[in-house]
Design a protein around this ligand. Structure first.
Ligand SMILES: [Fe+2]
Length: 284
């Protein structure tokens, strides 16, 4: 692993004692995310491939568009087929489409190489940043491996918190609960065309996001720049609101700027392990 390029932080959410966030310029370091003490690995390429510039310009001009899409449980072949059918053609050179497809499948292949899952949730979209989500942790279904990969191809970077900068888990989950409640109230105000309520709630969201009450005074979020690949721990949704220690990466999408292409791949199920004869049943 590229020790010279790393920074280390701990603890995670104030709950585990030795969570580590790595920043590295060596791609193979992403694989250490399977270590229990690693919360996230942020691989920042020293230089981006040439094709990123053409893709970025096209996404930011809204020529290259992908509607917000979620494939909840897809094998590699399903994802490849989906990309063949759905990656826009004509908005960038054909070679760029093929390079992007290979890049996304490379993310899937890295997760497959961990040997923990063979079906994945793919989330992919081009979209301008909004204030819909604040700081949060991503989740996986109960019992599913928690290692996922995120690549944002252009635009503003993803904010994240150094684990040392979070006051404690209670402070974070109090913020998260309040943020989610405000988001629900905003949706209700929109549905009711309640303009005054909407303004009040929007203001409350802005103030909460600005205050970041779960972070220690005089600390600021860090940035995973566009083009980086982040391998990060998700939270098992069955444990999210329990007292079980979590080692999940706290992050936030940017809230303004040009449209971005975002790809997120995470395990959808636990890999099946062949049953031993003594277990008296076959794997399914
Ligand atoms: Fe997220």
């Amino acid at each position: 692993m590229g020790a010279a390029a790393m920074t280390t932080s701990h603890p995670s959410l104030g709950l585990t004692d030795d969570a580590i966030i790595l920043r590295t310029d060596i791609e193979s370091d992403l694989d250490v995310i399977t270590r229990a003490d690693i919360q996230a690995v942020i691989y920042v390429p020293p230089t981006l491939p040439d094709w990123f510039a053409e893709l970025s310009a096209s996404v930011e001009a809204s020529w290259f568009q992908i509607p917000r899409t979620q494939l909840p449980s897809a094998a590699r072949g399903d994802i490849e087929t989906w990309l063949d059918i759905n990656l826009p053609r004509g908005a960038v050179a054909e070679a760029v489409v093929e390079l992007l497809k290979a890049d996304i499948l490379g993310l899937v292949d890295r997760l497959i190489s961990f040997g923990l899952s063979s079906r994945f949730m793919l989330r992919i979209f081009t979209e301008a940043p909004t204030t819909e989500c604040g700081f949060h942790v991503d989740t996986v279904p109960p019992g599913v491996p928690v290692h996922g990969l995120l690549r944002v191809y252009n635009g503003a970077g993803t904010l994240y918190t150094d684990a040392r900068d979070i006051i404690d888990a209670d402070a974070f989950f109090e913020y998260l609960g309040r943020r989610e409640r405000l988001a629900r109230e905003r949706n209700e105000a929109r549905a009711d065309a309640d303009i005054a309520g909407l303004c009040r709630i929007e203001q409350a969201i802005i103030e909460l996001d600005r205050a970041r009450p779960f972070m220690r005074t005089d600390t600021v979020p860090r940035v995973a720049p566009a083009g980086s690949i982040v391998a990060f721990k998700h939270a098992d949704i069955g444990l999210l609101w329990s007292n079980t220690p979590l080692n999940a990466w706290v992050h936030c999408s940017p809230m303004e700027g040009r449209p971005r292409l975002v790809v997120n791949v995470s395990p959808a199920e636990r890999a099946h392990r062949p049953a031993r004869r003594s277990e008296g049943r076959t794997a399914h």
